[in-house]
Design a protein around this ligand. Structure first.
Ligand SMILES: [Zn+2]
Length: 427
């Protein structure tokens, strides 16, 4: 048994439904076999366990491990490709790099950099867009398993409109998907995610093959992209003339449900939001990517009002960092810019979107997302360097909500001093 002593901030209840920031100064968290088994004032928790080891995390704040619901493994090295809208960025920046993942040596290096990037940012759980090559996806799973990260990922599949080396057939996509899932799904902290790149690059037959993998791999997730950019949406409409809307391309073959996550959804119509709400599909909101590619301002309020679940994703490499703290700040900016159409976000909303909402989107709400008794000890210690601007400003915070605002305003990977997953210290 280990007792962690810290200022603990988390959001067990959604601020979108009246929940508030839960803040405990000088809190004690007793952890046994990776689970939080007691929580309360440090003096009381300590008195009940006078012989157990104490890990002193006073100074800064201890948050639940951050959850990234949309991030691309092959795109680490192309972060910062600014100046292009989505389809140009894909063809000129992202897809040439994705093609390099055919090399096992290249992919091994990127897998190490990617997993390290997540950890440095305090991300403990993520839904990862894999690579178009099975051997590269193997390397990602191997790396995540050896480090102890909690990820879901899968083979990215497409059968049209991308460069030739990234294409496959529905038959091959099915066979390689179930083979990867057989090796990795449910092993350690890993799960398989069925991952067509987007409807633009996948025929009906390919989406049917994806649905078959989803049916045949019990507990697998589904993820893809949707409604990111006007040119993309117009192209999809042209490719699926008998479908009601973009969402229907996934829905009609049974890909949407409580373990489904669609990235972006910047330009949905109301009928699409209703389908997402009814099926329990979550949306990964990626505000820095949306800003960098000029995709648009995310209509969070419409999602919330129509009952669609929303969490945060960094969308590296269109997104500009692995840090969900920065992503939370950008989400706040976007809602501010929407004015009356925006959803005013408090610091508690930002933390919720970066932790609890992500855990629920990935169907891990029972295990992680906050630091309640019974949850796994997935945590990130944000402890800025003495004298840094964040350190100075935290020293003048009015209360816990104000301190959390400052963490989102100024915090980043450099301020992450410790990372735990399931009670194991990974950093
Ligand atoms: Zn993406």
């Amino acid at each position: 048994m280990t007792i962690y002593r810290a200022t603990v901030l988390d959001t067990p209840e959604s601020p979108f439904e009246g929940g508030r920031l839960r803040a405990e100064q000088d809190c004690g968290l007793a952890v046994e076999d990776g689970d939080v088994v007691d929580r309360g004032p440090f003096a009381r928790v300590r008195a009940a366990r006078p012989d157990d080891e104490v890990v002193d995390l006073t100074g800064g704040v201890l948050l639940p491990g951050l959850v990234d619901t949309h991030v691309h493994f092959p795109q680490v090295r192309v972060i910062g490709g600014l100046g292009m809208p989505l389809l140009d960025w894909l063809s000129e920046c992202a897809l040439p790099e994705e093609a390099r993942m055919a090399s096992v040596d290249y992919a091994r290096g990127v897998a190490a950099e990617f997993v390290d990037g997540l950890l440095r940012a305090g991300t403990t759980t993520s839904l990862v867009f894999g690579a178009h090559f099975p051997a590269a996806v193997e390397l990602l799973f191997e790396r995540a398993a050896s480090v102890g990260l909690r990820i879901a990922a899968g083979l990215v599949v497409s059968d049209r409109m991308l460069r030739a080396e990234l294409l496959t057939t529905p038959e091959q996509a099915y066979a390689e998907g179930v083979a990867l899932a057989a090796r990795w799904h449910g092993k350690d902290r890993l799960r398989y995610a069925v991952t067509p790149r987007f409807s633009l690059s996948t025929s009906d037959a390919m989406l049917e093959a994806c649905a078959a993998v989803l049916r045949d791999v019990d507990g697998a997730l589904f993820t893809s992209h949707i409604n990111e950019n006007g040119a993309e949406i117009d192209t999809v409409r042209g490719l699926f003339p008998d479908h009601e809307h973009y969402t229907d391309t996934y829905h009609r073959c049974g890909l949407l449900g409580r373990r489904s996550v669609l990235a972006h959804n910047v330009h949905p119509d109301d009928a699409e939001l209703d389908v997402l709400a009814q099926t329990g599909t979550a949306v990964a909101h990626c505000p820095s990517s949306n800003s960098a590619l000029g995709s648009g301002l995310f209509p969070l309020r419409r999602h919330v009002e129509r009952g669609v679940r929303v969490a945060l994703g960094t969308d590296v490499g269109a997104g500009t960092s692995f840090s969900l703290l920065r992503e939370g700040l950008q989400a706040y900016f976007v809602q501010s810019l929407l004015g009356a159409d925006g959803s005013p976000l408090t610091p508690a909303h930002l933390l919720y979107l970066a932790t609890r909402a992500g855990a629920e989107a990935l169907d891990l709400g029972e295990q992680v997302g906050d630091l309640s008794v019974g949850k796994q000890f997935d945590a990130v210690w944000v402890r800025p360097d003495a004298g840094s601007t964040l350190d100075v400003v935290l020293g003048h915070a009015d209360d816990a909500d104000d301190a959390l605002a400052k963490v989102f305003a100024l915090g980043g990977a450099a301020d992450v001093r410790g990372v735990w997953v399931g009670g194991d210290r990974l950093r």
